[in-house]
Write a protein that binds this ligand. Structure first.
Ligand code: COA
Length: 420
């Protein structure tokens, strides 16, 4: 069976950059008909940003807009707005992530959209939620990571707040919106009514930083956090400190050097000391005598000299590559993984086999790598296709809406639309 789960769901993708496009791309992978509505002049800004081939849409765009169609119209003209309103009347979902107020300025307030089509679900991404004193701000990825608590808790204690390479502000917010939209679709089955689904980037980051909020509460109650490197010899202030590569949960861990680290910036593994696996862990790292040593037997006993333990494990790792080390550790059920570079991920045959990383062949760009669905279904395998050219489907969409070839030609001449 390969029946697209969202076949028949019509989505107007009025989004740009990353947060919105990531959301609608995932819905497209699951079979929805996603129509990207773009400016006639240059489309989504990411088509032009960080280009690697002159004149060809950037990977930034192609990796966030696969499986979509593209309609280029100027919404700020009466005819452009009329086209948009026709699309809205026939759609299931409209997603946007413009700057605060932009939809209203285009004549597309939620109230108006809801009147045009009471069944339509309206998904909206903003930097901050409606109650925020910063709700008027324009926001990009790292702004959200800082406002969401991620940056203050990432990095090392003797360095500045640090942002993550993972798109916690952008793609993460898009994934939250996917959940909201699908929930609203299910709700519509019962009520027949659409609703507005809003996700702010700050809120989505905070949702992923919940363990740090947990730590803030613990810190305020007891004054220290025993799983942090600052314990027991360092000092704690009144806010959760940066903890480098500490485990973060009940199982201490750290990034440890392996053979070749002097020349390879990624010759490391992540090593976790799992409480319930201490005896096995001692066997694995050649320290069987630690198994029953009272200085090491319990997590509490180990805590004061965790970094001495990690130093000993690094001695054990000195003659092993990260892959050899993990191959040994897996036999002892020690939770560990090699630190993989993006190069290794790009060429990993297992990630290709699972379609987590896929190769797409596009007419203009040729072959390139992109991400596939991280969500695997037993009855459905998404097929990842290329991204549309700007206005590639304008003619088709307008013809389907009932416009004649003459009308389309006139609109193209007046730059109300752009077609290929
Ligand atoms: N036809 C006519 N006008 C169009 C159009 C179309 N098809 N599509 C967009 N526009 C207009 C908008 O109406 C807006 O006009 P206005 O400023 O006169 O109201 C203009 O294009 C630019 O909109 P926008 O992309 O929102 O502004 P920006 O480039 O200055 O800001 C962001 C970009 C990302 C900072 C901003 O959109 C934002 O903060 N979005 C919310 C949070 C978010 O999603 N951030 C990005 C995460 S990747």
């Amino acid at each position: 069976m390969n029946t697209s789960p969202l076949a028949g769901i019509k989505i107007i993708d009025f989004t740009g950059v990353q947060a919105g496009p990531a959301c609608t791309q995932m819905l497209a992978w699951f079979g929805a008909d996603v129509l990207k509505v773009e400016r006639v002049t240059s489309g989504d800004v990411t088509r032009h940003q960080l280009r690697d081939i002159p004149g060809i849409d950037a990977l930034y765009f192609t990796m966030l807009n696969s499986n979509k169609r593209s309609l280029a119209i100027n919404i700020k003209t009466p005819q452009g707005l009329e086209i948009m309103e026709k699309l809205i009347k026939d759609a299931d979902i409209l997603v946007e992530n413009f700057a605060p107020g932009a939809m209203d300025r285009m004549g597309l307030s939620w109230q108006h959209i809801h009147e045009l089509n009471p069944r339509l679900i309206f998904g909206s991404v903003k930097g901050f939620n409606e109650q925020s004193p910063w709700k008027d701000l324009k926001v990009y990825e790292n702004v959200a990571q800082c406002a969401g608590g991620a940056a203050s808790t990432t990095g090392f204690w003797d360095g500045p707040p640090t942002v993550s390479a993972a798109a916690l502000g952008d793609s993460n917010t898009g994934m939250h919106l996917v959940i909201g939209l699908l929930t609203a679709l299910l709700a519509r089955e019962k009520t027949g009514a659409g609703q507005k689904v809003s996700v702010s980037m700050q809120d989505a980051v905070i949702n992923l930083c919940r363990v740090k909020l947990r730590d803030q509460e613990r810190l305020e109650r007891v004054g220290y956090l025993e799983e942090y490197p600052q314990y027991p010899n360092g000092t704690f202030g009144d806010t959760v400190p940066r903890s480098g590569n500490a485990g973060g949960g009940g199982q201490p861990g750290w990034v440890l050097k392996c053979k070749g680290w002097e020349n390879d910036p990624n010759a490391y593994i992540y090593f976790t000391i799992q409480e319930q696996n201490w005896a096995n862990t001692c066997q694995a790292i050649g320290k069987p005598e630690w198994t029953d040593d009272p200085a090491y037997t319990t997590a509490k006993a180990r805590q004061p000299h965790l970094f001495d333990i990690f130093a000993e494990i690094e001695k054990w790792l000195a003659d092993k590559t990260k892959y050899e080390a993990v191959d040994i550790l897996r036999k002892y059920e020690v939770p560990s993984a090699p630190v993989l570079s993006m190069k290794e991920i790009a060429h990993d045959p297992a990630l290709r086999a699972s379609s987590t990383v896929v190769e797409v062949d596009e007419e203009k760009r040729g072959k390139y790598l992109t991400v596939g669905s991280p969500i695997k279904f037993s009855d459905y395998v998404p097929t990842i296709t290329g991204a549309p050219l700007l206005g590639e489907h304008t003619n088709q969409v307008l013809t389907d809406l009932g416009y004649t070839a003459d009308q389309i030609a006139q609109m193209a001449a007046a730059e109300v639309i752009r077609n290929q």
